[in-house]
Ligand binder design. Structure first.
Ligand code: HEM
Length: 431
């Protein structure tokens, strides 16, 4: 092995191949990397937490007090200076990952980088976002305090609301009527094994596809590089993986590590000792920002009660399953809808160039309208606290998103109608 195993594995050839991979010169292409680093941060801190966490609700006695083992183990973690910090890094990394995914997805959307042949990566990405939200949801139960049980009960009620199969479905996911002693072990397996394994698998395919299909690139940057080079070359323009992109990646990693450590040092996560173990009074629970929109819809959905073939379609099912399902389906089908609307073919331009958001005002306006939908429905999660009457809130949900989209459309058209689209990349670069 004097040659580091190269004679057996031909590593030089493998690394030689990756070394020359080209990365685009646009800051927004670093969002995917940020998502990747926050995921690795979650896994690393999760392994540490797993050394202390007890996935059981069996009662243990701590300082003369009877407590569920899971709750007691998180209290013990909180008591350790490093345990408290790692728990917070784990929590805030999840928020950073989800926020980064949303912005990463938005950048892919507004630039049309989801078009063929990257539509498959868009689909995989939609799955990644859904799985990440699911991982966060099941993670919430694990400290097994009163807050966790109340929040998870909302998910349980949504599952039971599915017509015909609701109770069976809920029993399968929550290991029987919730809460019961098997729910925590089941959620723990989902949280540390099944969902992360699925995430790792999908992330790997996502990244392999990027290597295979290559990134898109900004036609403006490509054009300028072409002028500088003064020559016509072929392929993707940018910096090579080694050493430039690796240096950039190290920078992104440290930016994440610094940001999350500062957050963890100064911003606490929800205090389980304040909520106490399950059994006390039900706290006023609001989900985190990424599920607040579903909660808002649940709160304002008018009562519905339709029975078909013995199954009941109620407000909870519509708000908690149908609306999120339609939203998820709409996101997943963006590339198909785009193709149907524009009838665009895969040509050289589609393959390499992103589109400027203002060159497709309709698409950008729909994105802005969708963002308004998430904001208004999140506000609905607080409508009584804000003193907004129920009917006004429902009207806002129906009318604000299309109005915002329309204003955005007219604004882009009016302001940027004369914009000259960037010349599509016809540069032939070395790769
Ligand atoms: C764990 C989650 C994810 C990770 C780690 C990840 C990682 C990455 C990385 C490193 C890139 C290349 C750099 C860049 O374009 O930013 C990328 C590109 C891409 N991602 Fe993701 N991503 C994730 C989730 C998503 C989601 C939620 C979507 C959308 C639904 C998505 C769709 C895409 C597409 C279409 C590309 C190609 C873009 C292009 O070439 O311009 N990804 N991703």
């Amino acid at each position: 092995m004097a040659d580091g195993g190269d004679s057996r594995l031909d590593l030089d050839r493998l690394f030689g191949h990756f070394e020359r991979k080209v990365f685009p010169l646009h800051g927004t292409f670093l969002l995917g990397e940020l998502a990747l680093f926050s995921f690795t941060g979650i896994v690393a801190t999760g392994i540490f937490l797993g050394l202390f966490y007890e996935p059981s609700t069996t009662t243990v006695t701590v300082n003369g007090e009877e407590l569920p083992a899971a709750y007691a183990s998180v209290l013990q973690l909180n008591g350790l200076a490093i345990g408290q910090l790692v728990r917070r890094i784990h929590h805030w990394s999840a928020h950073i990952m989800l926020a980064t995914l949303v912005v990463h997805m938005a950048r892919v959307y507004v630039t049309g980088a989801y078009r063929e042949p990257r539509d498959i990566n868009w689909l995989i990405g939609t799955g990644l976002l859904g799985l990440t939200v699911l991982a966060a949801f099941v993670g919430y139960l694990l400290p097994f305090d009163q807050f966790a049980v109340t929040a998870t009960a909302i998910g349980y009620q949504i599952a039971t609301s599915v017509p015909w199969v609701g109770q069976d479905l809920a029993n399968l996911v929550f290991a029987g009527p919730f809460p019961n002693p098997q729910t925590v072990p089941r959620f723990y397996t989902l949280h540390i094994l099944l969902i992360p394994a699925a995430l790792v698998g999908l992330i790997s395919v996502h990244l392999l596809l990027i290597l295979k299909i290559k990134h898109t690139q900004d036609p403006g940057i490509t054009g300028r590089l072409k002028q500088q080079a003064g020559s016509v070359k072929k392929g993707l323009v940018g910096i090579p993986m080694w050493p430039e992109q690796v240096v950039v990646m190290i920078g992104v990693f440290f930016a994440y590590a610094t940001g999350v450590t500062l957050l963890a040092a100064f911003v606490p996560v929800h205090p389980i000792e304040v909520y106490g173990p399950p059994g006390g009074s039900t706290p006023a629970v609001k989900p985190d920002w990424y599920l607040l929109w579903v909660y808002g819809i649940l709160r304002v959905m008018p009562p519905v009660d339709v029975t078909i073939f013995g199954g009941t379609i109620g407000a909870r099912f519509l708000a908690g399953v149908v609306v999120p399902g339609v939203v998820g389906g709409a996101i997943a089908s963006v590339p198909i809808v785009d193709k149907l609307v524009t009838g665009s073919e895969v040509d050289d331009r589609d393959y390499t160039s992103i589109e400027h958001p203002f060159d497709r005002p309709g698409r950008t306006a729909i994105g802005i309208g969708a963002a308004a939908f998430f904001v208004v429905t999140a506000v609905a999660g607080y409508y009584t606290e804000l003193g907004i009457p129920g009917n006004t809130m429902r009207a806002l949900i129906v009318f604000v998103p299309p109005a915002v989209g329309l204003v955005a459309y007219l604004g882009i058209k009016e302001r940027f109608a004369t914009r000259t689209p960037e010349t599509p990349s016809t540069v032939e670069e070395e790769h």
